[in-house]
Design a protein around this ligand. Sequence first.
Ligand SMILES: [Zn+2]
Length: 97
Amino acid sequence: MEVVMKLDATECVVCGIPFALPEHMLKEKREKGGFIHCPNGHSVGWGEGKMEKELKLTKSNLKGYVKRCESLSSEVNSLEASRRALKAANTRLKKKK
Ligand SMILES: [Zn+2]
């Protein structure tokens, strides 16, 4: 039986032994985080994967945008209020003439 498998190499951060894992498995650990064991039994982990980090960053960016939107919206409201006040004052001035 012939098995074709794509392996990706990595090394243990503790003992430095190089070893290989199925490409998709290593990719998943790098993106989502997780733990594997080196051939010597050390726990090698990706506590927070790339995707997790990006997700956190995106969430905090989003919060910032929402805040900005809220402050812009209240700015628009107060500008609209002063526009109306100016228009009313203008009308009053015109009537005086
Ligand atoms: Zn090791």
